[in-house]
Design a protein around this ligand. Structure first.
Ligand SMILES: [Mn+2]
Length: 319
């Protein structure tokens, strides 16, 4: 594995850098992307930001400079270095997967366990609750000036990947880094307002749908949201993903699955669990990834097949 000190050298040798995060970007993906990107710009690099444009949360525009993002596919040869953040495999990059894997000089900075060497350089620390903590470590080692904007981006990532310091991945480092970021001028009130206070009507519709349609099977719970359901609520996958923890918040539930149909007969499964279930194992077994208590994978098939698949999963775990 590449060390953070080596990464500083790799970055220093590049003039033009393209940086990208994962599809369906969350706060940690954008936090890592814009914090690292802003730093690179501040030290004189020519930085281009790429993102798969599906379902970007509307409130991100009030915090991140989303206007800088480019969505179209690009020629990898335009850049000296490509960087991917918060992404555990090439398919996480969405439409930019090809450009990334074709380039010879690529770097990944992540906090998910990396299953394969899909980039020339890979740094990951799976003990970190958020990738923004890894970017923070990198900036610290680089003696970077952490501006209030960079501090806000990083804080947002730590806060969102720990569910506002409530998820089980929350540890001492999250608080240490958050405290430092406050010192550097992170606007934590703005982050809290947009992440945890303001709900759009489609987000409220989605929450109502989840509560009305969830299926509880002893200590397991699931809900399936089809494309038609999303259409009717004028909601997107981003509106669903903010409720990922909902099912596991019921007392006595050890595994909660929210399945969202993103293409016809193609579902994204978002899984959350108590300490009794390792959803990372389930996700990896089914071609996905993530963490012990929060992970995801895809399922191809009809809604009826998916129900069978989920029930089978529940049977296999049998607590
Ligand atoms: Mn993350």
């Amino acid at each position: 594995m590449t060390t953070l000190t080596e990464i500083i050298d790799i970055i220093n040798q590049a003039k033009t850098i393209a940086i990208m995060g994962h599809k369906y970007p969350d706060g940690d993906s954008f936090g890592s992307l814009f914090a690292l990107g802003t730093y690179l710009e501040n030290i004189g690099k020519k930085v281009t930001y790429y993102c798969d444009n599906r379902d970007i949360k509307p409130y991100f525009q009030f915090i991140f400079p989303v206007k800088k993002l480019k969505y179209a596919k690009f020629k990898p040869s335009k850049f000296d270095l490509l960087i991917a953040v918060d992404s555990s495999s090439p398919n996480r990059l969405g439409i930019h997967e090809d450009s990334f894997t074709k380039h010879k000089n690529t770097l990944v900075i992540d906090h998910h366990i990396q299953q394969e060497q899909w980039s020339k350089y890979i740094y990951f620390d799976e003990k970190r609750a958020s990738n923004c903590e890894n970017v923070y470590s990198l900036l610290t080692i680089a003696n970077a000036e952490i501006t209030p904007d960079i501090a806000t981006y990083l804080y947002l990532g730590v806060s969102s990947d720990t569910g506002s310091f409530k998820h089980y991945n929350t540890n001492q480092n999250c608080f240490t880094v958050a405290s430092k970021l406050l010192e550097y001028g992170a606007d934590i009130h703005k982050v809290n307002d947009y992440l945890y206070r303001y709900y759009t009507s489609s987000q409220i519709q989605t929450e109502k749908f989840i509560l009305n349609n969830l299926v509880i099977n002893s200590n397991f719970a699931y809900v399936i949201i089809t494309m038609k359901d999303l259409d009717e609520m004028r909601a997107n996958k981003g509106d669903v993903s903010m409720h990922s923890d909902k099912l596991i918040s019921f007392a006595g539930i050890d595994l909660g699955i929210i399945a969202t149909e993103t293409k016809p007969n193609y579902f994204d499964l978002s899984m959350r669990s108590s300490e009794k279930v390792n959803v990372q194992e389930i996700a990896v077994k089914n071609g996905g990834g993530g963490h012990k208590r929060a992970a995801g994978c895809n399922y191809e098939g009809t809604k009826e097949d998916l129900i069978k698949f989920i029930n089978q999963l529940f049977m296999e775990i049998k607590l």
